[in-house]
Design a protein around this ligand. Structure first.
Ligand SMILES: Nc1ncnc2c1ncn2[C@@H]1O[C@H](COP(=O)(O)OP(=O)(O)O)[C@@H](O)[C@H]1O
Ligand SMILES: [Mg+2]
Length: 290
């Protein structure tokens, strides 16, 4: 099942805004979508409630219930999942999200703090096998950009330096705040009232097109060993299975993250490598990759 995750460890970078919009876009394309919220703040869950209460006629988006973690099958009609994630996602929690995701959107606001934080997040992400091998693709979206400034140019450069696709920027517009407060998205509003902002979404939904509408599988391929991949001018990784940490090897093999990470002897366990943040917020079993 295609899973799109919205990830950036910086709070307030626009993750929930993007996640709700992508989910709403899916429903407007008649894609049965579930909006998963693994953020303790449960922003998207609150937004879904609001949507149900105030706009019962709006195209349905399913949330997942707390007890969903043991659900082995997706609810009828659900073919895609959009995953909103919390800020401060590190180590195993970050790796676990990547395990589920086919595509990651990383929204970044333009400030030195936001860019530095996103750079650290990318440094951690790029060595994860699913990212390094391209099985989970990642692109950057500029967030709350003022087009009268050089915001977007700075973010374009940030993405280019890392060989990442930059899908353009969403401008700073009060409509986004109003939409979230009312349980809707721009995609639910009359097109003519938000055409300028909708145009900014086009590159994002185009990039996600193959995830929204995956080509039917032809032949099944055995798992390939990780290889070098280039994005733009930059080779982002040469992951050899033998060079990976045990937990990363399990990711290469596509196994569940069942085992605890092991650390080099004589080294204190790095606290940020421990999982736990997501555990209380159970991810449905049907999303686990076999
Ligand atoms: N393009 C935008 N223009 C104006 N406000 C925005 C925009 N995107 C997000 N916001 C607002 O910024 C705040 C943080 O966004 P949010 O999506 O909740 O971030 P996160 O989930 O990363 O913490 C919210 O109040 C949201 O309405
Ligand atoms: Mg959020």
């Amino acid at each position: 099942m295609p899973v799109i995750a919205v990830v950036n460890r910086k709070g307030g970078s626009g993750k929930s805004t993007i996640a709700t919009h992508i989910a709403a876009y899916c429903t407007h394309q008649n894609i049965g979508v579930m909006l998963g919220d693994v953020d303790r703040q449960q922003s998207t869950r609150s937004w879904l409630k609001l949507r149900e209460q105030r706009h019962p006629q709006a195209k349905p988006i399913l949330g997942w219930a707390v007890n969903q973690s043991s659900a082995l099958r997706a609810p009828t009609g659900v073919s895609h999942v959009v995953l909103d994630t919390p800020g401060g996602l590190y180590g195993l929690d970050l790796a676990r999200v990547v395990m589920f995701a086919d595509a990651i959107i990383m929204p970044i606001c333009n400030s030195v703090f936001d860019r530095d934080s996103a750079a650290q997040c990318w440094d951690e992400l790029k060595i994860l096998p699913r990212i390094a091998t391209g099985r989970c693709k990642l692109a950057v979206v500029g967030m709350r950009v003022d087009h009268r400034t050089l915001d977007s140019a700075a973010l374009t450069q940030w993405a280019n330096e890392r060989g990442l696709p930059y899908l353009g920027a969403l401008r700073d517009a009060p409509t986004y705040v109003q939409c979230i407060e009312q349980g809707v998205t721009l995609f639910d509003l009359p097109k003519e009232t938000v055409s300028q902002d909708l145009a900014e979404w086009q590159p994002i939904v185009d990039w996600l097109g193959p995830v929204f509408f995956p080509a039917p599988p032809t032949v099944s391929h055995p798992v390939q060993p990780p290889r070098q991949i280039s994005m733009g001018n930059e080779t982002i990784m040469s992951a050899r299975v033998g060079s990976l940490q045990p937990v990363q090897q399990s990711l290469v093999q596509g196994e569940r993250l069942a085992q605890k990470p092991t650390y080099a002897p004589n080294q204190p366990a790095a606290p940020e490598k421990r999982g736990g943040l997501l555990e209380a917020l159970g991810i449905p079993s049907f999303l686990r990759r076999k």
